[in-house]
Ligand binder design. Structure first.
Ligand code: ARG
Length: 459
């Protein structure tokens, strides 16, 4: 019967209940946030003459000792204490006596856990932003080296038009920039303090919520306590934002897997970030991007899990909400290691420009250029130009060559309006550089785009 809430109970809880009900095995991760929250709360209670300066000083000394015990690994985490909030308060009271029992004045575990978890998520939003920036910086370095490296741009995974590799990587820079913006906007929206909401309805004590909000680095105190103690949108948002970021990582990973194959041979991952096979001695496997692709799935699982937990919960706090933490912790840790290892894999990979060039000679990538030539130089309507180009493609197929290598004579047989200046149009480099409309692949446009991302990164 050592439970803090045991007053109205006459029998102790079963150990099965203790194990089922507890969150201490995972919420102990929030010990810093919890202690900081308690310090802010006690400081405010003292300012409001609810605690004495002497009591505050005892609480400060006691919490400092609790913190050092936790960090030294000597703190005793017991399932029967249920959660970290009660474990810490209990230990504090054991150390300092009666002043410890006053700490929970004008506070409930409902606003306490909301403070702790929200502050963890807010901090992680910003840390993930920094980690994305580091990844983007490495992607940018490779992209800047390859603004003239031609590879087949694809739609439907079919060769479509020649683009350069810097442009291709620029697409991922655009995705990661949006990810950063999402984490930042979520941070801004959720930067409000639950402290002082107490159980659900506020408190009769004369507290100062704006004061604790500012002590804890929040923008302001939340507006409606009933909402605040049960709101987990901040957790859902980080899960969605990580899911979307992982989806981007997974798309890039999928390309890295394909590009590492013999069939593509566009990149070779470094030995440091590749693995071997236990049976096939020749194998070099892209486990890193494969795992990144795979881990995306479990992050989605956490998002779906919490959405489902929250669905249909009546106001306000319900114990269901305790299920919010593990998925978020797992998703955050997955995001952190994923960003780091992808950055290293990209930094150390070898780009095989000659294979990209070779692949660009397959599939008549400059066919659209021939059609554009017929429109621009011969004043032929696009639909007709498309048809004539189709004939030229068929001829190239028959000759077993790429359209970029066809002789003028064959083209003129197909349409007499074609003159010699067409040959330049068919060159892959010309084709790539011709796409110089805003946001296009032309080397100069790609360089501008990369400059834009560089400025974004403040590099
Ligand atoms: N361990 C709980 C959680 O993580 C803390 C809040 C418990 N509040 C309550 N009234 N049982 O959600």
């Amino acid at each position: 019967m050592d439970k803090m809430w045991s007053g109205r109970f006459s029998a102790g809880t079963s150990s099965l209940l203790d194990a089922f009900n507890a969150s201490i095995m995972f919420d102990r991760k929030l010990y810093r946030e919890d202690i900081e929250g308690s310090l802010a709360h006690a400081t405010m209670l003292t300012k409001q003459n609810i605690l004495t300066a002497e009591e505050l000083s005892q609480i400060e000394t006691g919490l400092a000792q609790v913190l050092s015990e936790i960090e030294a690994g000597t703190f005793e985490w017991k399932i029967s204490d249920e959660d970290l909030h009660m474990a810490i308060e209990k230990r504090l009271t054991a150390i300092i006596g009666d002043a410890g029992k006053k700490l929970h004045t004008a506070r409930s575990r409902n606003d306490q856990v909301a403070v702790d978890f929200r502050r963890y998520v807010l901090r992680k939003n910003l840390e993930i932003v920094e980690a994305i920036k580091l990844l983007m910086t490495e992607v940018l370095v490779v992209a800047q080296k390859h603004t003239e490296t031609i590879l087949p741009g694809m739609t439907h995974l079919q060769h479509a038009q020649p683009i350069n590799f810097g442009f291709h990587l620029g697409a991922y820079l655009a995705m990661f920039k949006r990810d950063i913006e999402r984490f930042e906007s979520s941070h801004k929206r959720n930067n409000i303090s639950p402290l002082g909401c107490a159980a659900l309805a506020g408190t009769p004590h004369n507290i100062d919520r704006e004061y604790t909000a500012s002590l804890l680095g929040f923008e302001s105190a939340s507006v409606n306590c009933l909402d605040t103690v049960s709101d987990r949108d901040f957790a859902l948002e980080i899960l969605f934002n990580i899911s979307t970021m992982m989806m981007h990582i997974s798309r890039l990973s999928e390309e890295l897997v394909m590009w590492s194959s013999y069939e593509f041979g566009f990149v070779e991952l470094s030995d440091e970030y590749s693995t071997g096979s236990s049976i096939m001695p020749q194998k070099k496997n892209p486990d890193v991007p494969e795992l990144l692709r795979g881990k995306t799935g479990r992050v989605y699982g956490s998002l779906m899990g919490l959405l489902t937990v929250m669905k249909g919960l009546p106001l306000a706090y319900n114990k269901d909400t305790q299920e919010d933490k593990e998925g978020v912790f797992d998703a955050v840790e997955t995001a952190e290691i994923s960003l780091e290892i992808l950055k290293e894999a990209i930094k150390t990979m070898q780009v095989k420009a000659h294979n990209m060039a070779k692949a660009s000679k397959i599939g008549h990538l400059s066919a659209t250029d021939l059609a554009d030539y017929l429109v621009q130089k011969c004043d032929i309507p696009f639909r007709e130009a498309h048809f004539i180009t189709g004939k030229a493609v068929a001829k190239s197929e028959e000759l077993k060559i790429d359209l970029s290598e066809i002789e003028l004579g064959y083209l003129q047989e197909i349409d007499a309006r074609i003159s010699e200046d067409v040959l330049a149009f068919l060159q892959l480099e010309h084709s790539m550089n011709a796409r110089k409309s805003a946001g296009g692949t032309a080397t100069i446009r790609t360089q501008e785009q990369l400059e834009y991302f560089k400025n974004f990164l403040g590099a």
